[in-house]
Design a protein around this ligand. Sequence first.
Ligand SMILES: [Fe+2]
Ligand SMILES: [Fe+2]
Length: 255
Amino acid sequence: MVIRIRKPYVIAEKGDHKFVWLGLDEVEAERGILTNQYLIVDSDEGILIDPGGQYVFERVYKNVSNFVQPENVKAVFFSHQDPDVVGSLIMISDFFPNASIYVSSLWIRFLPHLGVITGVDMVEIPDEGLNIRVGNAILKAIPAHFLHSPGNFSLYDPIVRVLFSGDIGAAVFPEGVWYLFVDDFREHVKYMEAFHRRYIPTKRAIELWLKRVGELDIDVIAPQHGAIFVGENARKLLEWLRSLDAVGVDAMGEV
Ligand SMILES: [Fe+2]
Ligand SMILES: [Fe+2]
């Protein structure tokens, strides 16, 4: 495999506000599923989104440091409890000493099993969601329960109209395929389909989320795996999710 290091990319910006994709080293695919991490910076303060596991942390930390002082990272957002989201938790307090960690109230008591995290400010996100202030920006944790985790949130940035969707819209690329932005939506579906049909337990969860995000102005949808949806492709993703006939228990049948 050709090892490719991808540099961070500013997806959207307005004044001193930036929404950043935190780069990638394609060799990471040999260790586990590829993950996207994001950073929002506003007025020199940052929020790190789904930082990922231990083996990506060095890359994440280095790339965060290019945009904001690590001590000015005031928040870390965990969309849910999976290892590809929370795996680096024990490093976070050392490297981002002033960050509060935001996670679903369902998962907060499970996280100490990852290691000693005393002295870290852990903030429960209630089922109905939460506003998170970073710099002068107010970001919105939007309920996305059962997509796929039972305590799960998307994060909406109203300043640049970017929705971090977590595992919703996730794509799993085969070896040799990678791109940052979706170009041909129809072609991209084949990398999303299996994940959504198996990991999302019920269509009802999709319908509830679509109703919530339908009230938002969205220019970009940025998932935790795979490629980013801009403009028309963001709208196509929502349509595709609406069109999924059976997921989870209804798609799986007996094994
Ligand atoms: Fe997950
Ligand atoms: Fe994930």
